[in-house]
Ligand binder design. Structure first.
Ligand code: AMP
Ligand code: MG
Length: 419
C-alpha cells in the first residue's frame, strides 16, 4: 500500500502545477474585495484633489497670528463662510479670516486653519461680518490636507497582485475606478458519493446518514474565495458517478468529490477519473485523508477526497484550498504556522504526517500550548469546528511527547498573516 503513497508537498506541487489561473473579469469594487488585483489602478486626479480644511474652524494667514497669546489676543474680521462643496472665490487678506468647514477648499491667501473650539467670538455669531479672536499662533499648514497628499495624478495607487481590501476599494474609488480587474472566482463543483447518503433535510433511516460533507466543502470553497456549486449526490454506482463527474467537469473549473475514494469494494472514483482523463496520485502520506485522488477529468482539475468528514475537510484544506487560491492569483498560499509546546503525549501508528485537530493558545505564563482534541476520530466534524489549528506530527516521527515543540497550522487565519 505504502509504495504509491506520495508526500503532502509532492501532492500539493502536482496539483498547483496542473491548475490554471481563471480568466480576468472587471467587477464593481465591493465584489473584487478580498481578491488579488490583476491590473493596477492609476489615479486620474491628485489625491486629495485640492488643499482642504481638516477641521471646522477659521482659515487664516499664519503670519497674522504670529504674536497672538492669551494676554495679547489677535482679532480678525470674518469675511465669509465656506461649506464643504462650496468655493470661496476671494482671497483672505491680512486681518481677515474665513469661516471654513471640514472638506472645504483652503482659500487663496490663507495658509492655516484654526479649529473652531479655540477661537473666541468677539462680535457677531462667528459667521460673515463677525469679529473673532485668537490667543495662540498657528503653524503654516496646520489643519490643512495638501493637494496630492496621498498620490499625484497619474500615480499607480494600487498595484497588480495586491489583495484588494475594503480600504483599497475606497482608494480605488477616490482614484476614479468604479470597477477593477480581478480573476474570476473559480466555480467549484461539489459532489457527494455514497449509497448511504440522504439530503441534510431528510431524517435518515437505519443504515443511512446525512450528506454533511457537501455543506462543509461548499463553505470551505466559499471561504477560499471560490464559487461553490452543489452538483449532486450519487450512490456507489459507477455509471451514476461518472455522469455526475462529467456534468461537473463541463460546467466547473474544479471538481471535488467526497467518499468512494479508498480501496473499498464500492470505491470507483479513482478508476473513473482515470478512464475519463488522467490520475496523478491516489494516496497521500497524511492522516486524516490518506485516500485522495488527483487528476484531470476532461482537462478539469479533479480531487476525490476521502469520505470521512474530517478527512474530507482536512484534505480540502491541505490540497484544494491552495489550488483555488492560486487560480485566483494569490501568491501567498501557506497558512501561518506557529510553534508551540504539545500539551499531551501523542501516539502514532503510521509513517504518515498527522494533522491533529486542536487548539493553540497561550497559557497563563504566556507560552503557546498546542492541545490536540481528545478524539481524533475522522468521523467527527465537531473537533474540527472547535479547532483553530492542525498540529503537525511529522511523517518520520514515532509520535510526540508532552512538551515537544510542534508546528501548528493556523487554519483560522488567512495565508500570509504575521503572527
Ligand atoms: P468512504 O470514503 O466512502 O469509504 O466513506 C467513509 C466514511 O465517511 C463512511 O462512514 C461514510 O458514510 C462517510 N461519508 C461519506 N460521504 C459522506 C458525506 N457526504 N457526509 C457525511 N459522511 C460521509
Ligand atoms: Mg463510501
Amino acid at each position: 500500500m505504502a509504495e504509491n503513497m506520495i508526500s503532502v508537498e509532492d501532492a500539493q506541487e502536482i496539483i498547483l502545477a496542473h491548475v490554471r489561473q481563471t480568466p480576468c473579469e472587471e467587477v464593481p469594487l465591493a465584489e473584487a474585495c478580498g481578491r488579488p488585483l490583476a491590473d493596477g489602478v492609476v489615479s486620474d486626479i491628485d489625491l486629495a484633489p485640492f488643499a482642504h480644511s481638516a477641521m471646522d474652524g477659521f482659515a487664516v494667514r499664519a503670519a497674522d497670528l504670529a504674536e497672538a497669546s492669551a494676554d495679547t489676543p489677535v482679532e480678525l474680521d470674518v469675511v465669509g463662510h465656506e461649506a464643504a462643496g462650496a468655493v470661496f472665490a476671494q482671497e483672505v487678506r491680512p486681518g481677515q479670516a474665513l469661516r471654513i468647514m471640514t472638506g472645504a477648499p483652503v482659500p487663496a491667501g490663507a495658509d492655516a486653519v484654526v479649529k473652531y473650539e479655540v477661537v473666541g467670538v468677539v462680535a457677531g455669531d462667528g459667521s460673515d461680518g463677525s469679529r473673532v479672536s485668537f490667543t495662540a499662533p498657528a503653524q503654516v499648514g496646520e489643519n490643512i490636507r495638501a493637494a496630492g497628499l496621498e498620490a499625484k495624478a497619474g500615480a499607480e495607487v494600487l498595484k497588480a497582485g495586491e489583495v484588494l481590501t475594503a480600504a483599497g476599494c475606497g482608494l480605488a474609488a477616490s482614484a476614479g475606478a468604479e470597477r477593477v480587474v480581478v480573476r474570476r472566482r473559480p466555480h467549484v463543483g461539489v459532489i457527494s458519493l455514497g449509497s448511504e447518503l440522504v439530503a441534510p433535510g431528510a431524517v435518515p433511516e437505519r443504515g443511512m446518514i446525512r450528506d454533511a460533507n457537501s455543506s462543509a466543502l461548499m463553505a470551505a470553497a466559499l471561504e477560499a474565495g471560490a464559487q461553490p456549486r452543489f452538483v449532486g449526490m450519487a450512490p456507489d454506482d459507477p455509471d451514476k458517478i461518472r455522469a455526475l463527474i462529467l456534468k461537473a467537469a463541463e460546467t466547473c473549473d474544479f471538481v471535488v468529490t467526497s467518499g468512494g475514494a479508498s480501496a473499498g469494494d464500492y470505491d470507483y472514483v479513482t478508476a473513473l477519473a482515470a478512464e475519463e482523463g488522467e490520475v496523478f496520485f491516489d494516496r497521500v502520506a497524511m492522516r486524516p485523508g490518506k485516500s485522495q485522488t488527483f487528476g484531470l477529468v476532461r482537462g478539469v482539475p479533479f480531487v476525490g477526497l476521502a469520505g470521512n468528514p474530517a478527512a474530507a475537510s482536512v484534505g480540502f484544506e491541505i490540497l484544494v484550498r491552495p489550488a483555488l487560491r492560486q487560480m485566483m492569483g494569490f501568491t501567498e498560499l501557506a497558512r501561518p504556522v506557529q510553534t508551540a509546546r504539545l500539551a499531551t503525549d501523542q501516539r502514532k501508528k503510521q509513517p504518515r504526517r498527522y494533522y491533529l485537530r486542536g487548539r493553540v493558545e497561550r497559557n497563563e505564563a504566556g507560552e503557546l500550548v498546542a492541545t490536540p482534541a481528545k478524539s481524533q476520530n475522522s468521523g467527527l466534524f465537531g473537533t474540527l469546528h472547535h479547532a483553530n489549528c492542525l498540529v503537525v506530527i511529522p511523517e518520520d516521527a514515532p509520535g510526540a511527547h508532552a512538551g515537544d515543540a510542534v508546528a501548528c497550522v493556523r487554519i483560522d487565519l488567512p495565508e500570509g498573516s504575521v503572527l
